[in-house]
Design a protein around this ligand. Structure first.
Ligand code: C5P
Length: 223
């Protein structure tokens, strides 16, 4: 199994002086925390996708992570998240059958979430992603803000990463070239079923300064 960790976003909404993955959360960067979480899932291979300006710094970090048993490489990402994922996929070795795409920003994701996604792939699905039920009622609105639809809340899930797929299917989905905010959407667009498995509130995506505070609180509650 290979993992593509996307960390090439600028993190504008966090308002820091550096790309989000390089911001520290209680003394350790978001990227390093994510990578340690990913390595706990014992992947054969990890591709870390970072801004072109941060390839050297990340290569040094990866060396410092030490003996993990996983092959780790670092590549430069692109302007959109899908460009960064494509750059990571291109770097995976030929023999890799399943690939998990993970947002570096979800740096507190428990290893159990990786294991649930992998278990679903091993059981034969083409794609599996973690998700949690939504607490709010969600509305679909038009460009003027007028509600056009109220989906049944019981049918909705807020989805997270790692998102796992058959490697060939995900590569074909990216080659099809559409824009999307997650990888599952590209695979769905090809007509494949993607299963939602149980996510975890700790897999939050650190996006705003408030998320950093939440993440610090979650960390302080960990054993
Ligand atoms: O932009 P957003 O916060 O949704 O990004 C989710 C993840 O995708 C982050 O870990 C971010 O670093 C990554 N990303 C990327 N390349 C981009 C944009 C986002 O690797 N061009």
């Amino acid at each position: 199994m290979g993992v593509v960790v996307v960390a090439a976003g600028s993190g504008t909404r966090l308002g820091a002086d550096r790309p989000k993955a390089f911001v520290e959360l209680v003394g350790v960067t978001i990227l390093e925390r994510s990578l340690r979480g990913v390595l706990a899932a014992l992947p054969d291979e990890v591709v870390v996708v970072v801004p072109p300006t941060h390839v050297d710094e990340t290569s040094a970090l990866v060396e410092h992570l030490g003996e993990s048993g996983s092959r780790i490489s670092v590549v430069a990402g692109g302007a959109e998240r899908t460009d960064s994922v494509s750059a990571g996929l291109a770097e995976l070795s030929e023999g890799i059958r399943w690939v998990l795409v993970h947002d570096a920003a979800r740096c507190l994701t428990p290893v159990a979430v990786f294991e649930r996604v992998l278990a679903a792939l091993r059981a034969g699905v083409v794609g599996a992603i973690p998700g949690v039920p939504v607490v709010d009622t969600i509305k679909v609105v038009d460009t003027g803000g007028v509600i056009t639809e109220t989906p049944l809340r019981e049918t909705l899930r807020a989805v997270q990463t790692p998102q796992g797929f058959d490697r060939e299917v995900l590569t074909a989905a990216h080659a099809a070239g559409a824009a999307a905010t997650d990888d599952a959407a590209l695979v769905e667009a090809l007509g494949h079923d993607v299963l939602v498995v149980k996510g975890d509130h700790r897999a939050l995506k650190v996006t705003t300064p408030e998320d950093l505070v939440r993440a610090e609180r979650l960390l302080s509650e960990l054993p």
